[in-house]
Design a protein around this ligand. Structure first.
Ligand SMILES: *[C@@H]1O[C@H](CO)[C@@H](O)[C@H](O)[C@H]1NC(C)=O
Ligand SMILES: *[C@@H]1O[C@H](CO)[C@@H](O)[C@H](O)[C@H]1NC(C)=O
Ligand SMILES: *[C@@H]1O[C@H](CO)[C@@H](O)[C@H](O)[C@H]1NC(C)=O
Ligand SMILES: CC(=O)N[C@H]1CO[C@H](CO)[C@@H](O)[C@@H]1O
Length: 743
């Protein structure tokens, strides 16, 4: 029943037809064991991920054009449920979330799209793309055979498919979408949860097929994908991957171009030689579809970055950098490879490879038919180069490299021979611009604050905030009789607070006692420090902060954050006092947030002070300044190296969380990702902040009178904030490298 082969596809007529008479070309998209087949033609397709909300609509046309010029055929994106359905049944598709507009630009550029609906997306995106309200539907369990979850997932998936259909965006309707994806990397979860996972897979498979999109679906990283779903591979290398059925093409849906950064973690880097090597090996082993994750990573604006501690930058060391500039030598080297693969495409599609081993660590793949011949010569030795004789010609193969010979004679590309080294991208300070900051101190909240919730015991943070803010105050009073407050031996008592994370600021009687963080791999934390108590009532104020919600892991909806206790004071005359079951008051968010200090109208609602009275190095402080946009259209960024942690806005739009978070030394040995390179030394930014610069999209600026607002939690020096221009090292574009025509 589930097995649908190519012929049945065509006979059923589901997959439309080619219409040459109208301007709309209806495409049939099918597949077999060799490749995807578009309008009867087999294709080797090169794809790249660009996530629409991680840049601005003004950047999209240029990003798409640069992807096309780089030799891409397909743009892949996830769909971000929590942004599209902020409250149940209320949908949003404007601005950076204009999915239809994004897909139409892809179509206008003459490219295809791969739509990964999920709606679980992972993606280092807040809560893996799930709306937080979903967690609070009674009885829900994510990503398993659970009725409330399935109902919600089906409703949203349908909504997206219907939206695509109403705009004629599926290839079967003449649109750009040639592939869709349901769920995401579900294989490992299904394996862990067993029978309910299998039942869920069966259910969402039927549900997706029932939507009749007229194009094939994939499931990535899920070997159990039933027919007709194509199971595809995600990873650094996928050449050994085999689809679970001979009638399915071998597709690489996530080939990681780099890796994401976490606050306090290293800035990962993947050498283009290794990335190209991985793609060439995949293609020579029957691979027919490769996607770069990411081709352009972009920015986690606002509070869209996931836990644990994913940075605002989602640059990913991708071929197009966070700012939309071409990254060299990555972009040009991959473009040269794409050109070589396109030259070899007729041979690749007309034959299966014959593999021979002419020497130790040497391997040759030849794709030969009556009409075409292409060869891939590989040297797998990680250290030594090798000379290889092939069909009476000699070829020099650097260590860990593959040469592509689209005619079985001419080496047009070798993965390790990078011709254009490119210049390093630079951040150039905008010198003629200085900010005149003003400050406003956020009050420390105590139990005296009138509009606080009161409850017995400690409540989980998300349960109270529903993620309307990163911040939640936990407040209580401690009564000390005059003969208490000292250890018997005269020392200060100790306040101990256990929290599920992610960050905690502890205030006693309005003064900051200290701050503790979890780490990016374990957000739990314990605060423990001596405190001075006065006779009478003492005010304990705990400001608990989330830094993005988890996006991955088995049942991540059950993960907790915030102060769950125990909270104790040790060393009082009476012994240890347990505050956990006390009366606690709660206040969601900051006063500045409720006043919308980040907006023009909100910021004028309070008194700011500046000049010699400007507050510095003071925790919980808001800053604002008015500035004119630097001329030109080169990308801009705030340099936040003198600041601590918080959030930045420009003209009411959130640039994202800032947290320079210095990379711990010794935390660098894994910043160079991928294969043999994984144990090499730190390459970039060791000993530097994880993220120093924060992208300010040009589209958010007016020529004059822009409002910048910064909220600072830890205490920083705002006079050190500056604006910089991003300048790329794109030598390949205007410089020496020959222009390669695009496909
Ligand atoms: C390519 O696919 C064919 C047909 O499935 C198979 O016989 C062959 O072993 C594969 N070759 C490689 C190198 O994966
Ligand atoms: C969550 O909030 C509800 C009330 O809305 C409360 O009954 C429950 O105990 C809370 N759960 C946790 C874990 O905080
Ligand atoms: C978390 O990272 C630290 C160092 O970065 C490491 O020592 C520790 O083992 C890690 N913990 C887990 C659970 O991976
Ligand atoms: C499918 C696949 O290749 N997965 C790999 C992804 O990368 C991680 C980290 O290097 C490997 O552990 C996986 O095997």
């Amino acid at each position: 029943m589930w097995r649908i082969n190519n012929n049945v596809f065509l006979l059923m007529g589901l997959w439309a037809f080619i219409s040459s008479s109208s301007s709309t070309v209806f495409a049939s998209v099918t597949y077999d064991g060799k490749s995807l087949i578009i309008n009867g033609q087999r294709r080797i397709l090169i794809s790249g991920s660009i996530h629409y909300p991680r840049s601005t609509p003004q950047m999209w046309p240029d990003l798409i054009q640069k992807a096309k010029n780089g030799g891409l055929d397909v743009i892949q994106t996830y769909v971000f449920w929590n942004a599209h359905e902020p409250t149940p049944g209320n949908y949003y598709f404007e601005g950076r979330y204009d999915l239809v507009g994004f897909l139409k630009l892809i179509q206008q550029a003459g490219l295809y799209a791969h739509l990964r609906i999920g709606p679980y997306v992972c993606a280092e995106w807040n809560f893996g793309g799930f709306p937080v309200w979903l967690k609070y539907i009674p009885g829900i369990e994510f990503r398993t055979d659970n009725q409330p979850f399935k109902a919600a997932m089906q409703k949203f998936t349908r909504k997206i498919v219907h939206l695509m259909k109403s705009e004629n965006l599926f290839a079967s309707q003449g649109g750009p979408i040639i592939l869709s994806q349901i769920e995401n990397e579900y294989g490992p979860i299904e394996w862990e949860i067993g029978a309910p996972g299998k039942a869920y897979t069966k259910w969402f498979s039927r549900m997706a097929v029932g939507l009749n999109t007229g194009i094939p679906w994939v499931m990535c990283k899920q070997e159990t994908a039933p027919d007709p779903f194509i199971d595809t591979c995600n990873g650094f290398y996928c050449e050994k991957f085999k689809p679970n059925n001979n009638n399915k093409p071998k597709m690489f849906t996530e080939n990681w171009t780099g890796w994401y950064t976490a606050f306090g973690g290293p800035v990962p880097y993947r050498p283009v030689e290794d990335l190209a090597y991985s793609v060439a090996r995949f293609i020579q082993n029957n691979g027919s579809f490769v996607n770069y994750y990411m081709y352009h990573g972009g920015t986690n604006f606002g509070r869209t970055a996931a836990g644990l501690f994913v940075t605002t930058s989602y640059d990913y060391d991708a071929p197009i950098d966070e700012y939309g500039l071409i990254r060299e030598p990555k972009w040009s080297h991959l473009r040269s490879m794409h050109k070589a693969i396109k030259q070899a495409e007729p041979a690749l599609l007309s034959a299966y490879p014959t593999v021979t081993w002419p020497g130790n660590n040497l391997e040759v793949h030849v794709f030969e038919s009556k009409t075409a011949c292409a060869a891939f010569l590989a040297n797998y030795d990680p250290k030594s180069s090798a000379a290889m004789k092939f069909r009476n010609r000699k070829y020099n193969l650097p260590a860990w490299s593959v040469s592509i010979l689209p005619d079985c004679k001419t080496e047009v590309f070798n993965t390790a021979k990078v011709l254009n080294k490119g210049g390093l991208a630079k951040m150039i300070p905008v010198n003629d611009l200085s900010f005149s900051w003003q400050s406003y101190i956020e009050q420390t909240v105590t139990t005296d604050d009138a509009d606080t919730l009161q409850m017995q015991g400690m409540w989980e943070q998300l349960n109270v905030t529903r993620d309307s803010s990163d911040y939640l105050w936990y407040l209580t009073d401690v009564n000390i009789h005059s003969n208490e407050g000292f250890l018997k031996n005269g020392q200060d008592p100790i306040l101990k607070v256990m929290s599920a994370g992610h960050v905690l600021h502890v205030f006693v009687n309005g003064k900051l006692l200290g701050t503790v963080y979890g780490t990016s791999n374990d957000t739990r934390l314990t605060f423990s420090d001596g405190l001075k108590l006065a006779a009478g009532v003492n005010k304990i104020s705990l400001l608990s902060v989330t830094v993005g919600l988890p996006n991955t892991g088995l049942h991540f909806e059950r993960y907790s954050s915030g102060v769950l206790g125990p909270v104790t004071i040790e060393g009082l005359d009476e012994g240890t006092r347990d505050l956990t079951e006390h009366q606690w008051s709660y206040k969601v968010g900051l006063k500045g947030e409720s006043l919308s200090l980040h907006t023009d109208s909100g910021s004028s609602s309070v008194e700011w002070i500046g000049g010699s009275l400007l507050v510095q190095k003071q925790p919980l402080t808001w800053y604002k300044a008015i500035f004119d946009a630097p001329t030109g259209d080169d990308p801009l960024a705030f340099d936040m190296k003198t600041m601590g942690k918080g959030e930045i806005w420009v003209n009411g739009q959130s640039i994202g969380r800032h947290w320079p978070a210095y990379i711990a030394s010794g935390n660098c040995n894994d910043c160079n990702y991928g294969g043999i390179f994984s144990d090499s030394k730190c390459v970039t930014n060791c000993g530097e902040p994880s993220q120093r610069w924060y992208h300010v999209p040009r589209a958010w600026l007016k020529p004059t009178g822009n409002l910048a607002v910064v909220f600072e939690e830890l205490g920083g020096d705002p006079t050190g904030i500056s604006l910089a221009r991003r300048s790329s090292g794109e030598v390949g574009i205007n410089g020496s490298l020959e222009m390669v025509s695009t496909v």
